[in-house]
Design a binder for this molecule. Structure first.
Ligand code: FAD
Length: 417
């Protein structure tokens, strides 16, 4: 069996692994990436939030992405019947990017991976991690290529960015059920032949069908649009009860008064994919000689498009800490990695939970709008969930509930008058 020796082995060439490996290489670390799939490959997660731009920029990946003319995302629109709530990232509280992209991930991730290769990083496609053993912080990872040949990669540190492959959580028994109630989704892409011109055609939107059921519409610059339905797993299973996901997504689109005209009669580019009980968690985010990043660690829910931002945030931080550890520093991974990442996860968990209780929807659609509240929520939706100057970050566990209660009381008083 062949043997290779590297400082850091990154498992998976999704956005998390690409940010990690690119930053490591920039800092002269001997890094290798192994990726199970052949790119381009289809993956869900097409609506980004501005926080990711900080990471792509710092990792040196921004210029290559910027050349691709992906659709710019300046905000997001939430619809509920005739009610509309539009967030504009340039109106957010605090510092940070005020735009990002909405992207077909096959092209986006392929651009990232090619740029990683252009930077001189050894990225092996169609190479799957099948086993790992640790000797202290050193590790020996067994990988298998498409021809079934295996080899061992000796690394001083492993960053597991394997997404839903969840390599180390599986191999080291780190899986833990998510705190969120089970939700599922069905999605596909359409050739958007009925797309309106101007902003209406390109605006990313979330149409609420029922409190816990919503349709996503993510238009791409290539003329295609991603359409997906999300709901409690029981609801999605019922929608697709005869096993036909095409019919299920058609039915879902017919429930959207706003979008039925645009998408009711268009063909799906691929058979709609069903993703069941997508939320996942882990017992710990790190151990001797490894860190878990992106979807290989925790995934919450697509409603606020936080997945990619956590993938790049954790990928970047794991790389920075690994560099310091390789340079002989003792790193407090609990404090510097786990506590930090989980703070942001907790903030978004509150927002996801309060979305599905309906409390956040009360705030979004309350009129007249409170500009100050909106700016602060907007900063959270942009991914700036570590800015404790923002009370909607710092007091996330009470502020939404309290405001929603006030709105409910106000409504009750109006009804009594
Ligand atoms: P991935 O992008 O999944 O990359 C992991 C890579 O690891 C893959 O290329 C895989 O082939 C490789 N791999 C797996 N196993 C192995 C192995 N054994 N050996 C080697 N390589 C391996 N996020 C958003 O930000 N916006 C959204 O709009 C959004 N919508 C979503 C909708 C749904 C229904 C779901 C379920 C998720 C959504 N997400 C969204 C989340 C998003 O998909 C992920 O957060 C994001 O892709 C995570 O990136 P990653 O780099 O961690 O993993």
């Amino acid at each position: 069996m062949g043997k290779e020796f590297v400082d850091v082995l990154v498992i998976g060439a999704g956005p998390s692994g690409c940010v990690s490996s690119s930053y490591l290489k920039k800092n002269n670390i001997n890094v290798k990436v192994v990726e199970k799939a052949r790119f381009p490959r289809l993956v869900v997660g097409e609506s980004l939030i501005p926080r990711v731009m900080d990471h792509f920029d710092e990792a040196g990946l921004f210029p290559a992405l910027d050349k691709m003319n992906f659709e710019k995302k300046l905000g997001a629109r939430f619809l509920r019947g005739d009610e509309v709530c539009l967030f504009d990232f340039s109106d957010k509280f605090g510092e940070g990017w005020d735009w990002t992209w909405q992207v077909p991930r096959a092209d986006f991730d392929n651009t990232l991976a090619n740029e990683v290769i252009n930077k001189g990083i050894d990225l092996e496609f169609e190479t799957e991690v099948v086993d790992i053993r640790f000797e202290g912080t050193d590790s020996v990872t067994t990988v298998k290529n498409k021809n079934g040949e295996t080899k061992e990669i000796h690394a001083k540190f492993v960053i597991d960015s394997s997404g839903y492959g969840r390599v180390l959580p599986r191999l080291l028994d780190l899986e833990k059920p998510s705190k969120l109630s089970p939700h599922s989704a069905i999605f596909s892409h359409v050739e958007d032949i009925n797309r309106e011109t101007g902003t209406e055609g390109t605006l990313i939107s979330f149409d609420i069908i029922e409190t816990e059921v919503w349709l996503w519409v993510i238009p791409f610059s290539n003329g295609n649009t991603s359409v997906g339905i999300v709901g409690p797993t029981g609801y999605i299973e019922k929608l697709a009860e005869n096993g036909d996901t095409t019919e299920a997504l058609r039915k879902a689109i017919s429930l959207s008064d706003y979008y039925v005209k645009r998408f009711g009669n268009v063909d799906f580019i691929f058979e709609p994919k069903k993703l069941v009980d997508y939320s996942c968690s882990v017992k710990k985010l790190y151990g001797d000689g490894f860190a878990l990043t992106g979807n290989a660690s925790e995934f919450l829910d697509p409603v606020f498009s936080s997945g990619m931002a956590f993938a790049t945030e954790s990928g970047m931080l794991a790389a920075k800490l690994a560099i310091r550890e390789l340079n002989g520093e003792t790193i407090d991974w609990q404090k510097e990695y786990s506590d930090y990442i989980l703070y942001g996860v907790d903030v978004f968990t509150t927002y996801v939970k309060e979305w599905y209780t309906g409390n956040l929807q009360e705030l979004f659609f309350h009129r007249p709008e409170n500009e100050d509240v909106k700016r602060k929520i907007c900063a959270v939706l942009a991914g700036y969930v570590w800015n404790k100057d923002n009370p909607f970050v710092k007091k996330h566990d009470t502020v939404i509930k309290n405001l929603a209660n006030l709105i409910k009381i106000e409504k009750q008083q109006q009804e009594l008058q």
